[in-house]
Design a protein around this ligand. Sequence first.
Ligand code: UTP
Ligand code: MG
Length: 472
Amino acid sequence: MPLPTNPLQMVHLGPRKKRPRQMGASMVCPPHDIKFQDLALYILEKKMGTTRRAFLMELARRKGFRVEDELSDSITHIVAENNSGSEVLEWLQGQNLKASSQLELLDVSWLIESMAAGRPVETTGKHQLVKRDYSASPNPELQKTPPLVIKKISQYACQRRTTLNNCNQIFTDAFEVLAENYEFRENEVFCLAFMRAASVLKSLPFTIISMKDTEGIPCLEDKVKCVIEEIIEDGESSEVKAVLNDERYQSFKLFTSVFGVGLKTSEKWFRMGYRTLNKIKLDKTLKFTPMQKAGFLYYEDLVSCVTRAEAEAVCMLVKEAVWAFLPEAFVTMTGGFRRGKKIGHDVDFLITSPGSTDEDEEQLLPKVINLWERKRVDSGKCSQQEGKTWKAIRVDLVMCPYERRAFALLGWTGSRQFERDLRRYATHERKMILDNHALYDKTKKIFLKAESEEEIFAHLGLDYIEPWERNA
Ligand code: UTP
Ligand code: MG
């Protein structure tokens, strides 16, 4: 049944003028039958007021909902009005309540819709003041634990859990454009400021709706806060708009979209007056690297994102080729796909084999490439661009010694910001040096061994962060 556009009309929510009796918090209500035993509601008075709260409580009870007067551990749904997620969380923190697996923090719209429907409607993102969408997490423990208790947010991404469920995309998209523009202009300080800000907002379990919500959040410099404020007020940032229309930004964005083209080459082409790829391709005086040649040749394929299905197909090919030379090898998909991303710009793999020699390790990748090269020539795919039935996909292969696999796996899983902060944390908080190969303790002057990522986190004194929580 479609809901009426204004559910208030259907359940007559507004206090009527001719009410036979005044309803107040102290009123003794007649008992109502509870139809929905699994739910226990608590309606938050803050910003709603006593009268409206009492009114909604009475109405919900009449509709068969269990509404409690007091907050307790048995409450399953907290309903609030005119409160942001962070405000409800802040209030809840002062309530000495056990974090329950059931607890939902909902906007009053959920209660109104539920009363209109005559049953509790499904809670969705539009009702949830704090998202509890851990459904993507394969860890059942995580699905049970809502992120109710907001601890002090760390300045390090490796001390935050960042899933792909980004509640602040409107801000983070803007920051990423600005960071990229600063990168193109080689302003590292501002670039990093916006990248860190994007990273911290991605970890928040609530959407920022007012400047008050930004209080206590680290990594938000004044420059960043100005952008947030403008987006809250106008829905967009004038600075971002200007960047998106900027000729240098647009050209660099286009040039760096070619595989093998970085900032230096972009700068050169931009200074030469180039603004399109077609003109560059036709300039016979320009010398291209083998990567750039491939970048131009397979441009359309490479700019289109790699899907998970394509990544899985590539994984089969990589395994088949690797196992032809090292049958014992472990082949693991790393990078964004290991973090649960649905699309990527490439597919990253880590290859390692117990008992492999230095020589095996050195020779594996050239052997694999050689095998694929021969296959490509045999099938005549190098020249067949017309009516082609294949797609060029960028694949990053990393081979590492078996004893270093945990460091390599951690290092190649990303995200880049997560890795950056892991290293920064190791250096500044632990006097250790971490890279994709090893962890060195400068105080003890020893290399710390690890068989798993969990052990590396433990060496660093960090809680373990699962790959899908590293989308910083
Ligand atoms: P990617 O650039 O492939 O990023 O590097 P991604 O996270 O998979 O995202 P996509 O591909 O754009 O979807 C994967 C990880 O490998 C490490 C970084 O930690 C990065 O997060 N890496 C990459 C390095 O350590 N060094 C490099 O030179 C490149
Ligand atoms: Mg990748």
